[in-house]
Design a protein around this ligand. Structure first.
Ligand code: BES
Ligand code: MN
Ligand code: ZN
Length: 482
């Protein structure tokens, strides 16, 4: 899907040729004197466009306009959430007609947050998964013109939003692919493909190197599967070496059966989404490739399957992590923290200004926050402020969670330095406390996206979150800020 930014007001908009012309109208909007404006005026006065957010009026071949179909979209107070709901309703309405060219016209120039929500919602509402269908029908919308009264002031936010959309779609694509079409090797190849872009390099470490690095926790998880593990390392270098990078670590379990501590069968297919963190890191690099910003970013993805088998790690086994800490694996289903902890130790070598890991880590986080906000944990105040800001401006929301030391009590054991699970209470937090033990050397944060990364039920699918949030966060380091 292609996006183009145009300067359009309602007087000139009438000349736009397209399949569908969407006009976003805020409450209290005063139309000027031109054919389109008078249509809108009449519709509003007659009450045919209800004066409430997300109401629609669909007009076929409107007189005096070049478009085939005009859809008026009421966006109420024009808050980001109103714009999102309006765009979603409008795309749902026009989708069956399979339009190719659409023009999305803002009656008033939006701020960058509103623009971001409008375009990401448009992409989300028109998305179709096609990869593993024999007769797939691809998304019909190929070209989107975005018209605003003053386009000059929106050029940079527009470019950022379009890059975010491309990143989100890449993340969704990989997360949606079934586990046999998205193995660690497939993910490694996707990362290598990104390295064709300027300033991006990719290195893929295999089993032997991971062994040499002493990543005993990561190796323990990978042992149960014949599918070879991959440790993917991506570098985006947009400024000199003297600028320390931000490191993003994405959990890349391409299928999580639970291992010997096997999960129940119901909805087990959904554990193909256990690499949403990895997919979000790939998505961010896709956006960086497009934007070429002046920052340094490292992406690290430990990727393997978690399966039972004669070689699988067993409950009670004790392994030595790269940090030297020994871990008693009491539950093989708490595998995310095991693959992440070694990579968090590996991240030290980059002397990072911040390390943020992203993981579908705990069912407990789904219970705590549902699918609306990701759980965010951090010990660093600057990072907490930067993430809160990124969360707002991307509307890819997260919420701060606690890290009191008392939560780590349950991780104590007589047989190793630490156990990989505590009891059920506060499960998202005890998981974060486990990770925290490996992050003493840099400012650190952790996003639990078990609830936000994908949707279950009828509309099952990856959300592409938190690519929008991450992109805003890493770009906040432009010009040495944050
Ligand atoms: N990948 C799961 C977490 C998960 C659960 C993600 C549901 C999305 C939806 C993770 O590896 C896991 O199995 N966690 C266990 C931890 C427990 C054994 C302490 C969990 O949450 O049940
Ligand atoms: Mn698990
Ligand atoms: Zn998992």
């Amino acid at each position: 899907m292609n996006f183009e930014l145009l300067t359009l007001d309602l007087a000139t908009a009438g000349h736009e040729k397209c399949d569908v012309f969407l006009v976003l109208l805020p409450a209290g909007f005063k139309p000027g004197k031109n054919p389109l404006a008078s249509q809108i005026d009449k519709a509003l006065k007659a009450g045919d466009l209800a004066n409430k957010s997300a109401s629609l009026l669909d007009i076929y071949r409107p007189a005096g306009l070049a478009c085939a179909r005009l859809v008026l979209v009421h966006v109420g107070e024009a808050k980001a959430s109103d714009i999102g709901k309006g765009v979603q309703a409008a795309i749902a309405l026009i989708k069956p007609a399979k339009p190719k060219q659409i023009t999305l016209c803002f009656a008033e120039t939006p701020d960058s947050q509103t623009l971001h929500v409008a375009l990401t919602t448009l992409a989300e509402a028109s998305y179709v998964y096609a990869t593993t269908l024999s007769k797939a029908e691809a998304r019909s919308i190929a070209h989107v013109k975005v018209g605003v009264p003053d386009s000059a002031c929106l050029a940079a936010p527009f470019a950022q939003t379009v890059a975010a959309v491309h990143g989100i779609e890449l993340a969704k694509e990989w997360a949606n692919r079934p586990a046999n079409h998205a193995t660690p090797s497939h993910l490694a190849r996707a990362a290598q493909a990104l390295a064709k872009s300027p300033r991006i390099k990719c290195e893929v470490h295999n089993h032997k190197e991971v062994e040499k690095l002493g990543m005993g926790a990561f190796l323990a998880v990978a042992k149960g599967s014949a599918e070879p593990l991959k440790f993917i390392e991506l570098h985006y270098k947009g400024v000199g070496k003297n600028q320390p990078p931000v490191v993003l670590v994405g959990k890349g379990i391409t299928f999580d059966s639970g291992g010997i501590s096997i999960k129940p069968s119901a909805e087990l297919d959904e554990m193909k989404y256990d690499m949403c963190g990895a997919a979000s890191v790939l998505g961010v690099f896709r956006a960086l490739a497009e934007l070429q910003p002046a920052i340094n970013v490292v992406g690290l993805i430990p990727s393997c399957e978690n399966l039972p088998g004669s070689r699988a790690v067993k409950p009670g086994d004790v392994v030595t992590s790269m940090s030297g800490q020994t871990i008693e694996i009491l539950n093989t289903d708490a595998e995310g923290r095991l693959v992440l902890c070694d990579v968090l130790t590996y991240a030290e070598r980059f002397k990072p200004r911040a390390v943020l890991d992203i993981a579908t880590l705990t069912g407990a986080c789904v219970i705590a926050l549902g699918g609306v906000r990701s759980g965010f944990f951090s010990t660093d105040e600057a990072m907490m402020a930067a993430i809160a800001k990124a969360s707002e401006s991307s509307q890819d929301l997260c919420w701060p969670m606690p890290l009191d030391d008392d939560y780590a009590e349950g991780l104590k054991t007589s047989f190793a330095d630490v156990a990989n699970v505590a009891g059920r209470p506060g499960g998202a937090i005890t998981a974060a406390k486990f990770l925290q033990r490996f992050t003493g050397k840099y400012p650190w944060g952790h996003l639990d996206i078990a609830g936000s990364g994908w949707k279950s039920g009828k509309a099952k699918g990856a959300t592409g979150r938190p690519v929008g949030l991450l992109l805003h966060y890493v770009l906040s380091f432009q010009g040495g800020a944050a």
